[in-house]
Ligand binder design. Structure first.
Ligand code: HEC
Length: 140
């Protein structure tokens, strides 16, 4: 290998490193936008498997749809109704058998949901925010 060839290779290497540095700097300038609570809730809704039983488009599955739930009046097993406010949605997630929606089975959700995961890192708040975004007066 001649001297000139070796120099040329070294120069190309330097250009490569420079290009990589520019690309890296470009990435560093644009950090990914932190997800909103609603986005986090949406992600968790599938990551924690909620979507296996709950649709968000009005279709009934193993469980009731989340569409339009927030602010609606929910009929319960054994008669009676409850207003689907924050507290009810929270309770439905953390203590699924506290109240059972008419037409659905008790115990199904309770065994399927990891309360440990729900309790982590503000996950519950995010799920509630997401469900609220799908429902009633607060739909958008
Ligand atoms: C294995 C199926 C299943 C999974 C998984 C599941 N659920 Fe449920 N869920 C149900 C069923 C069935 C009901 C209705 C019976 C009851 O009230 O417990 C219900 C009820 C609810 C309700 C009350 C709905 C209403 O119309 O009043 C909410 C809110 C809810 N689930 C949220 C969630 C969230 C959030 C997750 C994920 C962390 C989840 N569920 C995972 C089956 C499931």
């Amino acid at each position: 290998m001649g001297q000139n060839t070796r120099k040329a290779i070294l120069r190309m290497g330097a250009v490569g490193i420079l290009a990589a540095a520019i690309v890296a700097a470009g990435c560093a300038k644009k950090p990914p936008k932190p997800e909103t609570s609603e986005e986090k809730g949406k992600r968790l809704f599938s990551q924690l498997g909620c979507n296996a039983c709950h649709s968000v488009d009005g279709t009934t599955g193993v469980g009731p749809t989340m569409k339009g739930l927030y602010g609606s009046e929910v009929k319960l097993v054994g008669g009676g109704t409850v207003n689907a406010d924050d507290a009810y949605i929270r309770e439905s997630i953390t203590d699924p058998d506290a109240k059972t929606v008419e037409g659905f089975s008790k115990g199904v959700m309770a065994t399927a949901v990891s309360q440990q995961q729900v309790a982590q890192d503000g996950n519950l708040d995010a799920l509630v925010t997401y469900i609220k975004s799908l429902g009633g007066d607060h739909a958008h």
